[in-house]
Design a binder for this molecule. Structure first.
Ligand code: XIL
Length: 346
């Protein structure tokens, strides 16, 4: 497996990448030299894309009575032109600025409204034939394993029932699509993963449609341990559902938890040693996935972004004076050792 080849040729399952689209920075459709290079790299190595933003709730459904599919349709066209598929992300997500303002203030029949939202979006893309899978609900649990409620308008208005309403509506709108529950902090196992699995098993028992569990995989370079990650994948695979690594990234510095011990332990540049450590870490995580998830249940692996400077971790979690290099391609869109690390594990 060499990085000059297609990364996806090594896998029997989708190898994906999150892309910016429309007029976002680092857009896959950007009309520039960098845009051209980005398209080349994405088409060469990946068989699948996730829209990093432009297929989220507030983008697609900004007003109660209007849907805006232009940017997403352009991405679908790019995928179709290049024989790629798209993992739809995300139909229902509590996150404050992702929920359209009108929806937050909605005072009508929530169940009917949510059903319509999911139905309209899934039906739209079912027609394209390019979106074979969806994150139906994103981040419905908090870390202690209870349902997220304090900051979820869905839970506040519908209780836990919103999950099954969304999954059922998605199945009805596109019976062929694979439907995922997606969340973060699953790779380390524990109460949250247990709760997600219990929910999935309850769905299976009651014939509520669900096909897979998505591990976001925003991991750290040295945590959780490979053993721990492998056990967590195995625990999810034991449900019989598909398991997908949906948003893998490996920052060099630890961006989580508010402060990251700056300047102690802060790496201000990606040395060759660190780049190789990152390569090993990517390899280790993908190996854990391969070891724990039987081939028929491998839903796919996606990294959360193309080139390092486009990573959400830089804008979201580091202040702007600090840098990181969490992805497989550098700022010039050249392959990093990390890409070979993934290839080695497949
Ligand atoms: C992030 C995007 O990458 C950012 O550009 C955006 O500002 C916020 O959302 N978990 C998810 C993703 O499920 O949708 C998030 O993506 C990253 C965390």
């Amino acid at each position: 497996a060499v990085t000059e080849a297609h990364l996806y040729d090594n896998a029997s399952f989708p190898i994906g990448v999150a892309v910016s689209a429309g007029n976002e920075s680092y857009s896959i459709v950007e009309d520039s030299e960098a845009g051209e290079k980005r398209r080349q790299v994405v088409v060469q190595h990946f068989s699948n894309m996730t829209a990093g933003n432009i297929m989220k709730m507030s983008y697609l459904h900004p007003e109660e009575d209007s849907y805006t599919y232009g940017d997403a349709d352009e991405l679908v066209q790019f995928a179709a032109d290049n024989g790629m598929t798209i993992h739809g992300h995300a139909l229902v997500w509590h996150s404050d600025y992702q929920v359209p303002a009108w929806m937050k203030n909605y005072s009508g029949d929530w169940e009917a409204m949510l059903r319509e939202h999911v139905t309209n979006i899934v039906s739209h893309f079912a027609g394209s034939g390019v979106v074979p899978s969806w994150d139906v609900v994103n981040e419905a649990f908090v870390d202690d394993g209870s349902y997220r409620s304090a900051d979820s308008v869905f839970h506040q208005n519908m209780g836990e029932s919103y999950l099954e309403v969304a999954f059922q509506a998605a199945r009805d709108a596109d019976p062929a699509a694979e439907l995922y529950y997606n969340d973060y902090s699953l790779a380390q196992g524990g109460a949250k993963l247990d709760a997600v699995i219990a929910m999935a098993e309850d769905f299976i028992d009651r014939d509520v449609p669900i096909d897979g569990i998505g591990f976001q995989g925003h991991i750290q370079i040295d945590w959780p341990s490979a053993t721990n990650i492998e056990q967590s994948f195995a625990q999810a695979a034991a449900t019989g559902l598909k398991v997908r690594l949906t948003e893998l990234d490996v920052p060099i510095n630890n961006p989580y938890g508010g402060s990251y011990d700056y300047p102690n332990n802060y790496h201000a540049e990606l040395t060759l040693e660190l780049a190789n450590q990152q390569k090993q870490r990517y390899c280790q995580v993908v190996e854990a996935y391969m070891n724990a998830v039987p081939e028929a249940q491998r839903g796919g692996i996606s990294v959360w972004g193309v080139e390092d400077p486009s990573s959400w971790l830089i804008g979201q979690l580091f202040d702007n004076n600090h840098d990181d290099w969490p992805l497989l391609f550098d700022e010039h869109l050249s392959a990093k050792p990390a890409l070979q690390g993934v290839a080695d594990a497949l």
